[in-house]
Ligand binder design. Structure first.
Ligand SMILES: C[S@@+](CC[C@H](N)C(=O)[O-])C[C@H]1O[C@@H](n2cnc3c(N)ncnc32)[C@H](O)[C@@H]1O
Length: 227
């Protein structure tokens, strides 16, 4: 089960947003990090620039920089209008208002695009899609997934989530997922079934508060680790 490019919001977040969403410490940043579904986030570009090691995997990396930019430009006005039309759904703290949101997303996209071709050659950006990851077991210390799993619970099945998180836990010693809300601001009904299934195969989990909240109530992440 996969999403089509037309169903995906090609919005990317910055390194600072990733640090806040995932409670990333300096020690975390020094690990070899896998970002699943990083899309046009500037996390990888900014981390690489600062000397850290991040590999991002996303089906969108099939497309050229031009195509990703075009897709962003096609949808950005509509998304900002949707945000403006639903003021009660958002917490304006990191982003000050809808225009600030647009500027922050545009800035992240531009930083990503300026790094993309070189990063693809150096394999920092690899085309691939959950629930299958082309990596060795425990190749990474930390696996991150922002605004993909759980968020699209209305489009992606429980089975897809179970397989994806199990696969992320195969390739990374620890996995963090943010947010736990769906697009309609409900806590995903998959959270508990996924936690229970993972516990049965020896992978513990905990929910942690974070200092990032844009979707109202979306300030928690889920961590998976081996006891
Ligand atoms: C809303 S964007 C989030 C981008 C980034 N993680 C961030 O938070 O800024 C969702 C991303 O999930 C990616 N995606 C879609 N299907 C996927 C799959 N099967 N495996 C991994 N990523 C996928 C999309 O291409 C898109 O880049």
């Amino acid at each position: 089960m996969s999403l089509k490019l037309s169903e995906i919001v090609p919005f990317g977040r910055s390194r600072r947003e990733y640090e806040l969403m995932f409670n990333l410490s300096e020690e975390d940043c020094q690990q070899l990090i896998l970002g699943c579904g990083d899309g046009p986030a500037s996390f990888n570009a900014e981390m690489t620039q600062a000397g850290y090691n991040v590999i991002s995997i996303d089906p969108i990396y099939e497309f050229s920089a031009k195509e990703i930019k075009r897709r962003f430009e096609e949808v950005v006005d509509d998304i900002i209008e949707q945000v403006k039309a639903t003021p009660k759904n958002w917490t304006w703290s990191y982003h000050q208002n809808p225009e600030d949101l647009r500027q922050n997303r545009t800035k992240a996209l531009n930083i990503f695009l300026s790094d993309y071709e070189k990063g693809r050659q150096e394999k920092h950006y690899q085309m691939g899609a959950l629930p299958h990851l082309p990596f060795e077991s425990y190749q990474f210390q930390l696996g991150l997934c922002s605004h993909f799993l759980f968020l699209y619970s209305d489009l992606l099945s429980l089975e897809f989530h179970l397989n994806s998180i199990q696969e992320m836990c195969r390739v990374a010693q620890e996995v963090r997922v943010f947010p736990l809300l769906t697009l309609s601001l409900q806590v995903s009904s998959y959270i508990e079934p996924v936690r229970e299934a993972m516990a049965k195969i020896g992978i513990q989990s905990c929910i942690e508060q974070t200092n990032y909240e844009f979707q109202k109530g979306g300030n928690q992440m889920l961590r998976f680790f081996r006891a």
